[in-house]
Design a protein around this ligand. Structure first.
Ligand SMILES: [Zn+2]
Length: 479
């Protein structure tokens, strides 16, 4: 027991200092480490294994909806970046440049991709000639670099990993359908795999992607009430096609420009998992994306038959689950339990000589930290049920947190009072004017997260200016 107290003490209290708690978790659970270049992160094997699981779920869904993967270059000539005015203005402040090849200065600066619309559009202009070439449904798994001033591992780093889908369509309707289709896939993966409930909606014009006609988003609420923009899907109209001269011969024989989309989810999602589910003992991983779903911790492992039994259980469970047996002989069982709790493994099997005698073992579930005794004959079935229960319960706990921290404001006084008390989502009516949006940010640093697809009618007037309201919006402070 003394083991555990010592260990937990090493984590900052999450209610006192959520940011330090977050840093403690990512370092101590060995998800990332800081890199020699400021703002960059090293993703360690345990962190990368989470990303691989998210990747494989997304990749499967992209392929099921007709997309294929390709790879485009890391470097983009400056002239390409400059072709779409709003896009370059949006990204220029955070672009990293390559100016030399060896010791020779380059004739044209090359930017390290902050996103790939420009280079991909350039290639599409070569590939698309006829309506028969449409739709183009390509995704790329890649890294991008954005020279951010303030960084935090997973949430905002100078380099991050992501996927970016880039599609071309014959009609505006088709492209808009694609934008929503991909947003729905993101929402499905976040809710049903990452156990993070999200609100689907559209960004305000101020918050939309540089160069997009419309940006759709899934917004999640973290444990501390702050918002995390978790995935975005953009509809470009034919703006990029015109800027990059992507032209094709239409069904009527006339020249036409295709309609374009792009959509992305990044390693930021791992930050979302940590901040949605973690607790005072550490990380909690949803079973469907946990690199290790079950860990077996033996007690008195030097006693006859214990390690044999552990190996037998490991083999049985490994048929269907990702299992590891912690048989390190230089660590105590107490240390091991803490070690795996910190790393968020959903189920722990504890077994010692007495349990073996009685044909049973103990199952510990990380989501509620409860224990139960199960007969060894029934272990495979019960572990399977438990993983499903944990997955569902984690989504429910996150949903409950969001319900508790979502408030409604009808006027500015109410709005300010809510944020004085605590962070969270505030639902309000909005006139649609930029002035009111700016004022909200000035007063509280909270921004409009989205205009939800499912708007509620909370009143007839704008919460800020009192004029006629156009939309209901969610606001919140963002990561
Ligand atoms: Zn207003």
């Amino acid at each position: 027991m003394s083991d555990k107290k010592e260990f937990v003490k090493e984590l900052t209290n999450m209610d006192e200092d959520f940011a330090s708690w977050y840093t403690d978790i990512i370092l101590k659970a060995e998800l990332v480490d800081y890199a020699p270049v400021k703002g960059f992160m090293v993703i360690r094997p345990y962190g990368y294994a989470i990303w691989e699981n998210i990747q494989s779920v997304l990749d499967k869904k992209f392929k099921e909806t007709g997309h294929t993967n390709a790879y485009f270059p890391l470097l983009i000539p400056e002239s390409l970046l400059n072709k779409e005015k709003e896009h370059v203005e949006g990204f220029a402040p955070e672009v990293a440049w390559v100016t030399h090849g060896g010791s020779n200065e380059l004739g044209e600066r090359l930017c390290i991709r902050p996103t790939s619309e420009t280079i991909i559009s350039t290639m599409y202009s070569k590939w698309v000639k006829s309506y028969r070439d449409l739709p183009v449904l390509i995704n790329q798994w890649a890294n991008v670099v954005r020279w951010e001033k303030t960084t935090r591992p997973f949430l905002r780093t100078a380099e991050f990993l992501w996927q970016e889908g880039h599609t071309l369509h014959e009609t505006s309707n088709e492209a808009e359908e694609e934008t929503i289709r991909m947003l729905n896939i993101y929402a499905d993966v976040f809710e049903n795999y990452l156990a993070i409930p999200v609100i689907k909606g559209r960004k305000s014009d101020k918050e939309k992607f540089a160069g997009a006609v419309a940006t759709y988003t899934i917004e999640a609420m973290m444990h501390d009430g702050k918002a995390l923009q978790s995935g975005t899907s953009h509809f470009f109209g034919d703006g990029f096609a015109k800027a990059f001269d992507i032209k094709y011969q239409g069904r009527d024989g006339k020249e036409a420009y295709p309609f374009q989309t792009s959509w992305g989810v990044s390693t930021r999602s791992i930050g979302g998992i940590i901040m949605t589910h973690g607790d005072e003992r550490g990380l909690k991983l949803p079973p469907r994306i946990a690199p290790i779903q079950v860990v077996i911790v033996p007690f008195a492992q030097h006693k006859d038959g214990v390690l044999d039994k552990v190996e037998e259980i490991r083999k049985t469970l490994s048929a269907n689950y990702r299992v590891e047996a912690d048989i390190r002989d230089y660590q105590t069982p107490g240390y091991k339990c803490n070690h795996w709790e910190l790393r968020g493994v959903p189920v722990r099997v504890e077994i010692g000589p007495k349990d073996i005698e009685q044909g049973q073992c103990i199952l510990f579930r990380r989501d509620t930290c409860e224990k139960e005794i199960v007969s060894l004959d029934n272990i495979e079935k019960r572990v399977g049920e438990l993983l499903e229960e944990i997955q569902a319960n984690m989504l429910e706990m996150a949903r409950q947190n969001r319900i508790n921290k979502t408030k409604t404001a009808h006027n500015l006084d109410e709005y300010l009072k809510i944020f004085e008390e605590a962070d969270g989502f505030v639902k309000m009516m909005w006139c649609g004017e930029r002035n009111c949006e700016d004022k909200l940010k000035e007063l509280t640093s909270a921004t409009i997260r989205c205009i939800p697809f499912e708007e509620e009618h909370l009143g007839d007037t704008c919460c800020v200016c009192g004029k006629a309201a156009k939309h209901m919006v969610y606001t919140g402070k963002q990561y």
